[in-house]
Design a protein around this ligand. Structure first.
Ligand SMILES: [Zn+2]
Length: 265
């Protein structure tokens, strides 16, 4: 029955993440004022603010002006509810679950902001990173300071490596075939990748980065083939890192060990 409580927690916090995704990049307080309809400005009543349910009952429209509410609101709620339950089923009644829930929360808010604004706010990544270190140091979380630190360094190191690779090796040949892009990665990716590393550890971070690059290449190529993106279109890398981070969190050690066994024997 505990999973139902975890699900409700995820849904309710998901509703709060929506507020964060909207307000944090705009420099607004996430607690006050209460939520308003973006179209007519009317205060959203507490009984219209129930995750998923309100959206269905109102058929995706504002009670006052009947303008559509973005489908993203229930989707973010569903996503966080689902991931919270999954983390609980994966790690059980354990401090590691609390650590995973903190991590998932930061991944959702930061990815949402990156998709909307193509930025990963430094203070937010830093807060996540500090929480990741604290929950690694506390003995009851039995994660360990060294794995967290090494994971963070690998994450930051990868972003610096990718930046240098782009800046000093790839930028000229790509410019010759018409691809012009300012940077391979934004600087917001650095603290974000470090934060992920702190939560998933070294093996998890290796899996995170491999997954993020593979998903990024697949999405990039698909976008080009379907004519959705042109060369040089800026695609935020944060959501790919976040997806990789989830794979790293849930199956990082397992995939890493399997890979070693298959390659080295
Ligand atoms: Zn309205």
């Amino acid at each position: 029955m505990t999973w139902i409580v975890v699900l409700i927690l995820g849904l309710v916090l998901g509703s709060f993440f929506n507020v964060g995704i909207w307000r944090i990049p705009r420099g607004e307080s996430i607690l006050f004022p209460h939520s308003h309809c973006p179209h007519c400005g009317k205060l959203i009543r507490f009984y219209d603010n129930i995750p998923i349910l309100s959206y269905l009952l109102l058929r995706g429209r504002c009670r006052d002006c009947h303008k559509p509410i973005s489908l993203r609101y229930p989707l973010v709620e569903l996503l966080s509810g689902g991931l919270f339950v999954f983390a609980y089923l994966r790690f059980g009644w354990d401090w590691l679950t609390l650590r995973a829930l903190i991590f998932i929360s930061f991944l959702i808010i930061l990815s949402g902001i990156d998709i909307d604004h193509k930025i990963l706010p430094f203070p937010l990544s830093l807060t996540g990173l500090i929480l990741g270190l604290i929950t690694a140091v506390l003995p009851s979380f039995h994660f360990g300071f060294i794995p967290a630190l090494v994971g963070g360094v690998i994450g930051a190191g990868f972003v610096i490596f990718a930046w240098a690779l782009w800046r000093f090796v790839l930028v000229r040949p790509f410019a010759r075939i018409g691809v012009k892009k300012k940077e391979g990665m934004g600087w917001g990716d650095l603290p974000f990748a470090a934060m992920i590393g702190v939560f998933v550890g070294p093996k998890g971070m290796a899996v995170t980065l491999a997954t993020a690059v593979v998903i990024g290449v697949i999405v990039g190529l698909t976008g080009r083939l379907l004519g959705k993106t042109r060369p040089g279109t800026e695609v935020p890398f944060g959501p790919f890192l976040a997806l990789g981070g989830l794979v790293g969190l849930f199956w990082g050690d397992w995939i890493f060990d399997l890979y070693l066994r298959l390659v080295i024997g």
